[in-house]
Design a protein around this ligand. Structure first.
Ligand SMILES: [Zn+2]
Length: 392
């Protein structure tokens, strides 16, 4: 298949089965933007942001049909409970500022409603359970505010859950951490294994009543960053019914880049906090030569591997566009068709690619909702805080 032929076929495919992207940090980008400072209208999503990666024209160009927007904060941010609410509010304001573009999506059925209306389904994921401040109640408030997925932690281990990029303290999840999973299951909120230590994902698979997503992680075998999922976890997704969503974060894509970065990272793959990441990169390049660039083809390699190992029913896409560097060929949200064109050229069927673009993640969301309804009948809301759940 020729390049342009594949691209035309990919666009036609994504017209029918638009991309449900598992992760995008635009809300944080808008909050941190020096001019907009959290003002969605001032940021102006209707124009192309050449220096950014996400805006309405390019979401349209990329055939994005649904987006999990991250209500993300770094673990170290002050006032974590307040900050989570502020980020949820940014997403609500994105939806409110562009009602002709975004459909506030709170369940799997909203994907099809949005598609029929020619809109993008806007879903909320909480990235970082640090905002719970060790209490279960905020989880229900987040759900009431529309959040439908929880990433228990970010790059740091919390009092109840172990991060992929920090020292473990909880055997994956301790008793309170398991109560968070159970309450999310009851609410019909997806629990997301991205950012969890490998043992924490295994524990999540042991105890979750519902399928999971791993919303922005690749295959550990192809790139040995601890944020990527090991083979045993990938294989267990078959029984769990869950989905791993391939990500574009260059350091999780390319082993040569991962090796290049290793010298500047701690044992968990985490960079020391830099006040000026650009200057830090320039300094590294002065010492080590130019950084290898991750590529679209390497992302496709991960997808091939994930399909081979987890099965085609258990793979999706979670770009993690975050306003930073991206692989060559996948610089912004308008580039999804190029990835699908590459996958078509590699022999994936259109039927399989429709599963990867959106059908698999929708199946997970429907199942999580169904299980939540049953659990809501069966049990009362779990109340309490960390200290009410002693023991490992
Ligand atoms: Zn993340």
């Amino acid at each position: 298949m020729q390049d342009d032929e594949a691209l035309t076929a990919a666009r036609a495919l994504l017209q029918r089965a638009p991309v449900f992207d598992g992760h995008n940090d635009l809300p944080w980008v808008i909050r941190q933007d020096k001019a907009a400072r959290g003002d969605v209208r001032a940021y102006d999503l209707t124009r192309v942001h050449e220096r950014g990666d996400t805006d309405i024209p390019r979401l349209r160009e990329g055939h994005v049909g649904a987006q999990f927007w991250a209500a993300f904060q770094p673990t170290s941010a002050p006032h974590p409970a307040r900050t989570t609410l502020e980020l949820i509010d940014v997403i609500h304001r994105i939806e409110a500022a562009h009602p002709d573009v975004f459909l506030p999506a709170r369940g799997a059925a909203d994907f099809e409603r949005a598609r029929r209306a020619g809109k993008i389904a806007s879903y909320i994921v909480i990235e970082g359970g640090v905002g719970l401040e060790n209490s279960l109640a905020p989880l229900r408030v987040w759900h009431a505010a529309g959040a439908r997925m929880l990433i228990p932690c970010h790059n740091e281990t919390l009092d109840w859950v172990d991060s992929a990029t920090d020292a473990p303290r909880n055997g994956g999840f301790n008793a309170f951490g398991r109560a968070v999973i159970a309450e999310a299951n009851r609410l019909g909120m997806i629990v997301d294994g991205a950012h969890l230590s490998h043992d924490a994902i295994r524990k999540l698979l042991d105890v979750s009543d519902a399928p999971i997503l791993i919303s922005h992680s690749n295959a550990f075998t192809l790139c040995d960053h601890p944020r990527n999922a090991p083979d045993d976890v990938l294989r267990r997704l078959k029984d769990n019914g869950g989905v791993v969503m391939a990500t574009f974060v260059p350091g999780f894509v390319s082993q040569p880049l991962r090796d290049w970065l290793k010298r500047s990272r701690d044992g968990y793959g985490k960079a020391p906090l830099a006040s000026d990441p650009k200057a830090q990169l320039a300094e590294l390049e002065a010492r080590q030569g130019p950084a290898p660039r991750a590529t679209l083809a390497e992302v496709a390699d991960h997808i091939d591997y994930l399909v081979k190992t987890a099965g085609v029913d258990h793979v999706g896409i979670g770009s993690d566009f975050f306003g930073g560097p991206q692989p060559q060929g996948l610089e912004h949200v308008g580039r999804f068709p190029y990835l699908f064109a590459e996958l078509l050229k590699r022999g994936h069927s259109e039927r399989d690619l429709a599963k990867i673009s959106s059908r698999n993640v929708l199946r997970v969301m429907r199942k999580v909702e169904e299980i939540g309804e049953v659990l809501c009948e069966a049990r009362e809301p779990a109340i309490g805080r960390l200290e009410d759940y002693p023991g490992p």
